[in-house]
Design a protein around this ligand. Structure first.
Ligand code: NDP
Ligand code: GDR
Length: 367
């Protein structure tokens, strides 16, 4: 995917930076978007540094395929460092050490429903985390004079919440969860640091984007994982909440390109990134189950625990500014996205079945 993409955007990072290879710093590199963005930037010749947080288990599964033994210093263009967006000193230290040209702030407690359970923590990571990183960038610039540094903030369509579609850069925010409120704060911190200190800081207001690497408790991946396992005979039921919510779902690989494009412009600005097509969860179910010859109604059970205290009913973006100014457009459509995810999850379920049959795994258990 990443190598096809680079054909349309040539320019090696070293050429566009006076012979020096461009350096990117990514928070949230172990997440869905972090992994696609890393592939994209490496493909363009960047040196990529990712901040990872300490976990009791290794949490680098999405980037392991890119990782090269750090002892092989001449080959490794992706490097990982321990830090946390709740730890300001670690952010400043890595900025001073890595000297990045571009900083992508993707770190988040990104699950909307979970944010109702851990609102304080969500605000600390999503809102204050962005503020800490912006402040680290500001003080780093002030200490080093490296004012060319550019900052990307991962904003979300969740900020629009209950404001009716189509949603564009001028649509008022009405957030409906602690996560969304925190993203609004991060959005305005970014605008404020741009206006107050002249930092090249952009907000990408991205609508939902999915992939085979999507976390398994987001609805699309939860569905495609279940489709794979039901098809292979490892499970029979799928418990879901509100099927009538409508989302503008795109492919994550397309969306990371828009992040990069924002930072290549002459002036910093904010952009909505969306497919401009919206589908309900029920429509997603129809395509996903239908693709492998199953009827979702035979398997889906509604479980009240997956309903949210306040829901976002209908998101559909107006991304005309990004299309016009950045020249961005999505390449993968809704059906193609669903089928891509189902294909990968059927293969994953087949591998699980081998382990189950050999007695190495319980069918109830998921790796
Ligand atoms: P993921 O949940 O897949 O990834 C989140 C990343 O943040 C992970 O790498 C996670 O690390 C890291 N992280 C969490 N807490 C901290 C912390 N305290 N310090 C440092 N890192 C931390 O999200 P996505 O890749 O899907 O999304 C990327 C960003 O874009 C997020 O900010 C999200 O809110 C935003 N967004 C996503 C959209 C989408 O549809 N995917 C749409 C709009 C915005 P670990 O692996 O250790 O958990
Ligand atoms: P969202 O994604 O809240 O839009 O946030 P999610 O996939 O969690 O929910 C989408 C819609 O599906 C409904 N739903 C369920 N959701 C989950 N997770 N599990 C279920 O069982 C279920 N049943 C129905 C939800 O109620 C909701 O309406 C994602 C995240 O990536 C955010 O970080 C990002 O900012 C936004 O997308 C844009």
């Amino acid at each position: 995917m990443a190598s096809n993409r680079s054909e349309s955007i040539p320019a090696d990072a070293a050429d566009s930076n006076g012979g020096r290879r461009k350096v990117a710093l990514i928070t949230g590199i172990t997440g869905q978007d972090g992994s696609y963005l890393t592939e994209f930037l490496l493909d363009k010749g960047y040196e990529v540094h990712g901040l990872i947080r300490r976990s009791s288990n290794f949490n680098t599964q999405r980037v392991n395929h890119i990782y090269i033994d750090p002892h092989n210093v001449h080959k490794a263009r992706m490097k990982l460092h321990y830090a946390d967006v709740t730890d300001a000193s670690s952010l400043r230290r890595w900025l001073d050490t890595i000297l990045p040209d571009e900083v992508y702030n993707l770190a988040a407690q990104s699950h909307v429903a979970v944010s109702f359970e851990i609102p304080d923590y969500t605000a600390d990571v999503v809102a204050t985390g962005a503020l800490r990183l912006l402040e680290a960038v500001r003080s780093h610039i002030s200490a080093t004079g490296r004012s060319h540094i550019r900052y990307y903030q991962a904003g979300s369509s969740e900020m629009f919440g209950s404001t009716p579609p189509p949603q564009s850069e001028t649509t008022p925010f009405h957030p409906r969860s602690p996560y969304a409120v925190s993203k609004c704060a991060a959005h305005w911190y970014t605008v404020n640091y741009r206006e107050a200190y002249g930092i090249f800081a952009c907000n990408g207001i991205l609508f939902n984007h999915e992939s085979p690497r999507r976390g398994e408790n987001f609805v699309t991946r939860k569905i495609t994982r279940a489709v794979g396992r039901i098809k292979i005979g490892l499970q029979s039921k799928l418990f879901l909440g509100n099927l009538q919510a409508s989302r503008d779902w795109g492919f994550a690989g397309d969306y990371v390109e828009a992040m990069w494009m924002m930072l290549q412009q002459e002036r910093p600005d904010d952009y909505v990134v969306a497919t401009e097509e919206s589908h309900t969860v029920e429509e997603f179910l129809e395509v996903a189950f239908g693709y492998v010859g199953l009827n979702w109604k035979d398997h889906v059970v509604i479980d009240k625990r997956y309903f949210r205290p306040t829901e976002v009913d209908n998101l559909k973006g107006d991304s005309s500014k990004a299309r016009k100014v950045l020249g961005w457009k999505p390449r993968v459509g809704f059906e193609q996205l669903v089928k891509m995810m189902v294909d990968e999850d059927v293969e994953l379920a087949k591998r699980e079945k081998v382990l189950v049959d050999a007695g190495y795994m319980d069918a109830q258990q998921q790796p």
